[in-house]
Design a protein around this ligand. Structure first.
Ligand code: ADP
Length: 397
């Protein structure tokens, strides 16, 4: 039976999933092992679990065992060989953050595609080079397998032009300075789940709030992205764990002209020291902020909530109304207090939360009378990648 591997390589981490594909290629990929190597290039740690929840490994690795993405992948394969000596990896699916203006769907990776994706590195300098390091390591490890790139931007590629452009001279749009939008694999999963569990909502106007360490929102009609809060980079829109979210570009000019900050310093500030961490002075972790009894932690949460509520209004206007709001991501799926704050006083838009359902994190957390449905749907980006890998394998002669 063929297997697929999914890889999601970050700056210092490698997430992986091992899936059984079934014998005739029509079944949904079945996740059997998931794992993560963290702190690659530092003090690495390997965690992996089987589908029944048993832990295969949860231990530090010697630094040389995961000095870079290639050695980390090799370490991960050792674990896989020990667990599944007869595994046949026929397809490898990669999360690649940026597909630029070109790619609106998953693509089989060959040398020309890899060159094209490398050319997009300046569009996502903190993600794309690491994603591609994972691709190169997997190409070397599995030269016979189908390798598929799945893009966070692809789901949004059919935005109307007004949601795809900035008001800069046209030449910048033509050279790729556009509102791409991200978290597309998560949105694709949610759109697919909605089609299964609530087809009438899938056909309508839906806002999905993907609230994790990275956070964004997407307005969809009939399962297609119309607008998103993230733009050219994964910095725009909502504040995040450590990222600023929406910012007046004048602030960047001020930092350069009056604080003498260079591009690297500003990138460090906006990507790593801002957001919930910067505002609270405490943590990027929502659980810690909810437990903390400080004004700064409360204000950080208040700003996060304020921006989400503002975007609900803005996206509903872009959609011409609203039928459902879906929460997903680590915060969206797990924090009942946060969901409650977002939905408070939203009767004007037709939204009424059922507090008991919200506390139990039921799929539907709005009241029976609420005109706008409010839902909690756990997202699953890995299965979207595994399905794309299976589909590409099926197309191979
Ligand atoms: P990533 O974007 O890295 O995939 P996740 O989707 O895993 O992030 O989300 C991580 C965030 O979810 C963290 O801020 C974490 O505190 C938050 N989170 C997880 N569980 C809870 C919970 N029970 N209550 C509040 N926040 C939670």
């Amino acid at each position: 039976m063929p297997h697929a591997l999914t890889l999601n390589a970050g700056s210092s981490s490698l997430k992986f999933g091992f899936f059984e594909l079934g014998s005739d290629g029509t079944q949904d990929p079945d996740p059997r092992i998931v794992g993560l190597i963290e702190r690659i290039g530092g003090q690495p740690h390997l965690r992996a679990t089987r589908d029944d929840g048993t832990v295969i490994s949860d231990a530090p690795l010697p630094p040389e065992a995961a000095a870079d993405h290639a050695t980390a992948l090799e370490r991960m394969l050792e674990l896989l060989r020990a667990e599944r000596p007869h595994a046949q990896i026929a397809a490898v699916g990669h999360r690649v953050v940026h597909g630029g203006p070109d790619f609106a769907a998953p693509v089989a990776i060959d040398a020309a595609v890899l060159d094209r994706l490398t050319a997009f590195e300046p569009l996502a300098p903190l993600h794309q080079p690491f994603n591609l390091a994972g691709v190169r390591a997997a190409l070397a490890a599995f030269p016979q397998a189908v390798q598929v790139a799945c893009f966070d931007t692809a789901f949004h590629r059919h935005h109307p032009w007004v949601n795809d452009t900035f008001a800069l001279p046209r030449s910048y749009y033509d050279q790729g300075v556009r509102r791409y939008g991200f978290h597309g694999l998560s949105y694709e999963y949610i759109a697919g789940r909605l089609a299964e569990i609530a087809p009438h909502l899938h056909a309508g106007r839906v806002i999905v709030a993907h609230l994790g360490n990275g956070a964004s929102m997407c307005g969809m009609i009939a399962g297609r992205s119309i607008a998103s809060t993230m733009g050219f980079s994964a910095l725009d829109g909502l504040p995040m764990g450590t990222r600023s979210g929406q910012l007046d570009p004048g602030v960047v000019l001020y930092l350069m002209q009056h604080e003498g900050m260079g591009a690297d310093e500003i990138a460090d500030l906006l990507y790593k020291r801002s957001g919930l961490l910067g505002l609270s002075g405490l943590s990027n972790d929502m659980r810690k902020l909810e437990e903390a009894d400080t004004d700064a932690a409360r204000e950080a949460i208040a700003y996060f909530v304020f921006r989400i509520r503002r975007e609900v209004g803005g996206l509903a206007a872009a959609l011409g109304g609203l039928d459902a709001l879906v929460f997903c991501g680590g915060i969206g799926e797990n924090s009942a207090p946060l969901r409650q704050k977002v939905c408070e006083g939203m009767g004007w838009i037709g939204m009424e939360l059922d507090e008991a359902r919200n506390l139990r994190a039921e799929t539907r957390i709005s009241t029976d009378l609420s005109r706008v449905r409010v839902l909690v749907i756990p997202t699953d980006e890995e299965i979207v990648i595994a399905r794309a890998a299976r589909d590409m394998l099926n197309q191979r002669p």
